[in-house]
Design a protein around this ligand. Structure first.
Ligand SMILES: NC(=O)c1ccc[n+]([C@@H]2O[C@H](COP(=O)([O-])OP(=O)(O)OC[C@H]3O[C@@H](n4cnc5c(N)ncnc54)[C@H](O)[C@@H]3O)[C@@H](O)[C@H]2O)c1
Length: 383
């Protein structure tokens, strides 16, 4: 194969960005597009001279493409993804890979053929700041991680945003709020940098700042292996908000604020472990400060797409294998579960138990949507 014949399913905000990006990447030929909304795929067909379909199923079954990119609302990821994999296509799936652990497992388990490339759009993994942090953590450059705090409150969204699509911000349409839509990136990065927590306790506020039923503010206490603790805070109801990741290591403190083009590194002249054992009563370790430059954004969506094509055509290792997307779904589900029950939750969670609670939320919802009956039927079928 010398070129990847790509079909894009879902031509809203993100799908249209992907069409534009792949048209500029020589490894791809944008071959087909699909959207269930009347007129949408025809418009893209006219712009890029591609075959237009009025459903993702029809595009996948047409055999016109050897790779598929799915950028539909979340609940459709599982069904369309499983179909594309069964059809033998390489697959790129938007985040979150599915709404709940049960669907995420179905999707990941549908990928049995190692020659099929299955990737997820975790574009923030390409960012040089997170790549640098990961390299320091893995190399133990500053000793072991002791504590983590991520405040990601710059996801401001107005009511008009939530009202812009009938799938947004309901249990039945989106399967959650800020944890399922905006934060899959940070939840993925948490797992990529520190691993999946072993337990957590979260306080979730539902419709605190917007007229909606899902969570628009979350504060979560995290416990990782090796006694590492963490706090994760997010909301779509704050402005200007901040995106600040603070990591306390044995040998110092590292802070990345996304507004800055550097990482602040404060290095101790003695590890905290040694200072606690050896120093006088109030004698802190001495410190030196360094600002480590962060250059650019790493290419983001374009870089993930290039990597997808490189994996198909040249066997390049994936930046974000879709199977790893299971962890951020599990983490989001666990945070919601803890918020609903107001109890600490141990991970891994029960996929079946979470599905049951989500179904109950959907059934009891007063935010009616046309799709409700079908989604409940499909979810009940896939138990
Ligand atoms: N990686 C990122 O940075 C990023 C950013 C925004 C959105 N996203 C993700 O992209 C996906 C789409 O989000 P969006 O903001 O573009 O949504 P959107 O509502 O703007 O677009 C979704 C499109 O999918 C179409 N659609 C719905 N069901 C379909 C089906 N079964 N088959 C074919 N088309 C269907 C809709 O008609 C619509 O045109 C979501 O998973 C979202 O989380 C990712």
């Amino acid at each position: 194969m010398s070129i990847v014949k790509l079909g894009v399913i879902g031509l809203g905000n993100m799908g249209q960005v992907h069409c534009k990006l792949v048209s500029g990447i020589t490894d791809f030929k944008l071959t087909a597009v699909a959207d269930t909304r009347p007129g949408r795929s025809e418009r893209i067909h006219n712009r890029y001279d591609v075959t237009a379909f009025d459903s993702g199923d029809a595009l996948i079954k047409s055999g016109t493409c050897n790779a598929i990119l799915i950028a539909t609302p979340h609940y459709d990821h599982t069904h369309l993804g499983c179909l594309a994999l069964r059809q033998g296509c390489h697959l790129m799936i938007e985040k979150p890979i599915s709404v709940d652990k049960r669907d995420a497992l179905r999707l990941v388990n549908a990928h049995g053929n190692p020659d099929q490339v299955f990737a997820a759009m975790f574009n923030q993994r390409t960012h040089p700041a997170y790549q640098q942090l990961r390299q320091w953590i893995q190399a133990e450059t500053f000793g072991s991680v002791r504590r983590v705090q991520w405040t990601i409150t710059d996801w401001f969204r107005s009511q008009a945003y939530y009202d812009s699509g009938d799938w947004r911000a309901t249990w039945v349409g989106e399967g959650g709020g800020v944890l399922l839509n905006q934060c899959p990136h940070q939840l993925d990065l948490i797992c990529w940098l520190f691993g999946l927590p072993i337990s957590l306790y979260s306080q979730c506020s539902f419709g605190k700042y917007h007229h909606l039923e899902v969570e628009d503010e979350v504060t979560c206490l995290l416990n990782f292996d090796n006694d590492v603790t963490g706090v994760f805070t997010t909301t779509t109801g704050e402005a200007p908000g901040i995106n600040r990741l603070e990591i306390a290591f044995d040998d110092g403190l590292v802070v990345y604020n996304s507004q800055e083009n550097f990482i602040t590194v404060i290095r101790n002249d003695k590890s905290v472990t040694r200072a606690i054992a050896e120093n006088a009563a109030f004698e802190k370790p001495g410190t030196t400060q360094e600002l480590v430059p962060v250059d650019g954004d790493g290419g983001q969506h374009g870089a993930i797409l290039e990597n997808f094509a490189g994996a198909i055509l040249r066997g390049e290792p994936l930046i974000a294998p879709a199977s790893e997307g299971l962890r951020s779904v599990e983490l989001a589900n666990a945070m919601l579960l803890s918020g609903w029950t107001q109890k600490a939750v141990s991970l891994p969670i029960s996929a079946r138990g979470y599905r049951q609670r989500l179904l109950d939320k959907i059934k009891r919802s007063t935010f009616e949507r046309k799709v409700k009956a079908t989604v409940v039927e499909n979810m009940a079928d896939s138990f």
